[in-house]
Design a protein around this ligand. Structure first.
Ligand SMILES: [Zn+2]
Length: 64
C-alpha cells in the first residue's frame, strides 16, 4: 500500500489504484486525489513478480 506524501492529503492507495510511470526522474505515480508525485522503486523478484516500494526521500532533481 502507498501513502500520498502530501501531508495534507495522506490518501492511501493500492497498486491497481495508481498509474506508475517514469517522468524522467525515476518511477513515480501521481496521487489520484491531489496529483502529488510519489516516487516508487521497482523490485523484480526471481520468479518474475514485479513489486513496487514507495520511497520516502525525494530524489535529487536535475540529475542526468
Ligand atoms: Zn495525495
Amino acid at each position: 500500500m502507498f501513502t500520498c506524501r502530501n501531508q495534507s492529503c495522506g490518501a492511501q492507495w493500492e497498486l491497481p489504484d495508481v498509474l506508475i510511470k517514469n517522468e524522467g526522474q525515476g518511477l513515480l505515480f501521481r496521487c489520484p486525489m491531489c496529483g502529488a508525485r510519489n516516487y516508487v522503486e521497482r523490485h523484480d523478484a526471481a520468479d518474475g513478480a514485479i513489486t513496487y516500494e514507495q520511497v520516502t526521500d525525494i530524489p535529487p532533481h536535475g540529475k542526468h
